[in-house]
Ligand binder design. Structure first.
Ligand code: ATP
Length: 233
């Protein structure tokens, strides 16, 4: 579904991705773990097209996409749930969802809106309320729901558990698992490595712009360096 080879990216003259190679197979949850500043968000932005790359290739479903603008990548089936949710806070829950379907705005969105209501019951009661008035957990559900409105095949999730209470982290993880069961392919960036490895099929460790480890989630969770640096064991 997604194949990234030797991707390099920079902010101005400062290179932060130094030749990243990874792949995500259809139907997988792949997690990318790494410390603050490793380049995880930059890599997601490179895939969704909001961060340019200097070198390397990004293929989606076999086709090169690295030259395409972000909105065309959404049209192909890539949606991103950004770090910090980035909702349109003054707009209602419903309008945030409708904006997520901007690439399909000429279609009948009612079935997708009904699906979002059913999938995220906690949003239903706040349907006409401004998104900015929701709790952190509700906002995260809305951010995921908004991304799903574009009917993606690949969902990029950036730190979905950030700032949430433990019971809500479990809820978000359960939602991500359910999306996989619905045949969505997921690339999950998480600082909460323990939680991410619990639901992922495979994992990569990104350190200062380089992939330093990869394997099944079980292999990565058992790796002594990961246990020491990321799992606090
Ligand atoms: P975090 O978990 O803190 O979000 P991350 O692994 O997602 O970390 P990035 O946000 O991709 O890391 O940042 C990678 C590097 O690029 C860091 O050194 C960061 O300071 C730098 N960086 C990120 N965004 C910008 C920007 N807009 N301009 C300049 N430098 C940036």
């Amino acid at each position: 579904m997604l194949s990234i080879e030797n991707v390099r990216s920079a902010y101005g003259r400062i290179e932060v991705l130094h030749g990243v190679t990874l792949h995500v197979e259809a139907g997988e949850i792949v997690t990318l773990i790494g410390a603050n500043g490793a380049g995880k968000t930059t890599l997601l932005h490179a895939i969704s097209g909001v961060q340019p790359i200097m070198d390397g290739s990004i293929r989606f479903a076999g086709n090169p996409i690295e030259q395409l603008p972000a909105h065309m990548r959404v049209g192909l089936g890539i949606s991103q749930v950004p770090e910090g949710r980035q909702l349109f806070e003054p707009l209602s829950v419903k309008d945030n969802l409708r904006l997520g379907a901007w690439s399909r705005r000429d279609e009948d969105l009612e079935p997708e809106l009904a699906r979002a209501r059913a999938m995220f019951p906690m949003l239903d009661a706040f349907w006409e309320r401004p998104a900015g008035t929701l709790s952190g957990g509700q906002q995260q559900m809305l951010a995921i729901g908004r991304a799903l409105m574009a009917k993606p095949r690949l969902l990029l999730l950036d730190e979905p558990s950030m700032g949430l209470a433990p019971n809500l982290v479990d809820h978000v993880l359960a939602v991500i698992r359910a999306l996989k069961d619905d045949k969505l392919t997921i690339l999950l960036v998480e600082q909460n490595a323990r939680a991410a490895l619990a639901i992922a099929d495979r994992a990569y460790v990104l350190e200062t712009g380089r992939i330093t480890l990869s394997g099944t989630a079980a292999e990565i969770a058992a790796d002594a360096r990961v246990r020491d640096a990321y799992l606090g064991i």
